[in-house]
Design a protein around this ligand. Structure first.
Ligand code: AMP
Length: 422
């Protein structure tokens, strides 16, 4: 579209959103299938929550001082006067579902996964969208550090199964309610000393939540934050032991990782372990997935006192790293001539589809030649030919388009030939 003729608003996707078109969608389907199978092999089950939730869920769950809640939520008042938010992340929804359905009383492993869209009013750029997709996995009620290592290993396994190897795993511990207040105070003091070098937002965070200064994307703030005290110096014995346990279990897997003391992740609810997998050479938006432990969230919701840990993976970012070619499709195109043949073609198309063959049928009533050229254009693997002669015999012709060969037979026999080569 040229500069003189701006695209009509109603014919343009909303800023920060995008269509996933045929051709690309097959890669998404493959990723989703591989991920679901892998998660299930670790005992996870799918849990589908609504796209909309009460705004308070995220204010309470994600945290009132986080960038997500203060700047990025799609929030509106519905016709019933409720404040509703399009979910910006999935963890609070799972926690809510557990409390609402008392899933904790079922005595089953509480391991859940989900793949779907999230919404954040973020600044759109490559790898950063307003509607994007996450694969989210969560484990509840399992506090052993080996669980932290297992979930990190599962993330690694997913990437490797999909052929992604150019990544680095970063881990950290952000402490707990016992040790974080002293750290926050130390941060407050350190940030106070360089107040002038911080952006207005971060100056506010000095008072409200100094840990969140690490989330700032402004280079000056990032630079300043590099010299802030490290959380590792403030961990209480329990957090220190837990972190040592995570690292020991990761070593058991032989999984390579780096401890990054500045990696605190942008969410308030994390306790103890946090982790991220970044794409090497991936530029600005290089975080493929991130997660951590959140041992107080359920309790804070007024739910049972059970711990949790999980991660969310950005599907757009993962798909962009994949070199998966969509698998070629083998379809059948049914061509016909005359009214009676058309009726038979419609019946046979249904029969082939029922048998699992991708089948298209010509409805436009064009000549055989035009129908064949359409089949060619669509890349059909086979063409089924139904004309007067064929109708009279009850035998139809099947052309193998790649080989250029043609056979004749009853529908069942032709179907058997297709199924064999499918
Ligand atoms: P978060 O929920 O912020 O911890 O993000 C988890 C993962 O989701 C990140 O590592 C990214 O891969 C992906 N992600 C987060 N925000 C966006 C966004 N605005 N656009 C695309 N992907 C995102």
């Amino acid at each position: 579209m040229s500069a003189e003729t701006p695209a009509k608003k109603e014919l343009t996707a909303v800023k920060g959103t995008h269509d996933i078109l045929p051709g690309e969608v097959e890669v998404w389907q493959k990723v989703e299938t591989v991920a679901a199978r892998l998660f299930e092999s670790y005992g996870y089950r799918e849990l589908r929550a609504p796209v909309i939730e009460h705004t308070e869920l995220f204010e309470k769950g994600t945290g009132e001082t986080t960038d997500i809640v203060t700047k990025e939520m799609y929030t509106f008042v519905d016709k019933g006067g409720r404040s509703i938010t399009l979910r910006p992340e999935y963890t609070p929804s799972v926690a809510r579902a557990i409390v609402e359905h008392r899933l904790d009383l079922l005595g089953l492993p509480m391991r859940y996964y989900y793949i779907g869209p999230m919404f954040r009013y973020d600044k759109p750029q490559k790898g950063r969208y307003r509607q994007f997709h996450q694969m989210d996995v969560e484990v509840f009620n399992e506090k052993d550090p080996a669980v932290d290592a297992e979930i990190i290993e599962m993330a690694d396994a997913l990437l490797r199964t999909l052929g992604v190897t150019q990544t680095e795993t970063l881990i950290n511990s952000v402490g707990c309610r016992a040790c974080r207040p002293a750290y926050s105070q130390a941060l407050r003091e350190a940030a106070g000393l360089v107040r002038d070098r911080l952006c207005p937002d971060c100056r506010r965070k000095i008072e409200t939540n100094p840990l969140r200064i690490f989330d700032c994307k402004v280079e000056g703030c990032r630079e300043a934050a590099r010299s802030f005290p490290k959380i590792s110096e403030f961990l209480c014995p329990e957090c220190r032991d837990h972190f040592a346990g995570v690292r020991a279990a990761l070593d058991l897997y032989g999984l390579r990782y780096k401890v990054d003391p500045n990696m605190v992740r942008g969410l308030d609810y994390y306790t103890k372990t946090t982790f991220e997998v970044i794409a090497l050479g991936g530029g600005q938006q290089n975080a493929v997935l991130g997660g951590g432990r959140y041992d107080d969230m359920m309790k804070d919701f007024g739910g049972p006192d059970i711990c949790g840990i999980g991660f969310a993976l950005g599907v757009e970012r993962l798909v962009a790293m994949l070199a998966l070619a969509p698998e070629p499709r083998k379809s059948l195109y049914v061509v016909h001539m005359g009214d009676k043949a058309r009726a038979e073609a419609i019946r046979l198309a249904r029969m082939f589809r029922r048998a699992g063959v991708e089948t298209l049928i010509e409805y436009a009533g064009r000549g055989f030649k035009a129908q064949f050229s359409r089949a060619n254009k669509l890349g059909a693997a086979w063409v089924l030919i139904i004309g007067d002669d064929e109708l009279a015999k009850g035998f139809f012709k099947l052309k193998d388009m790649a080989a250029g060969t043609q056979i004749e037979g009853a529908p069942d026999a032709l179907l058997a030939v297709i199924k064999e080569k499918q």
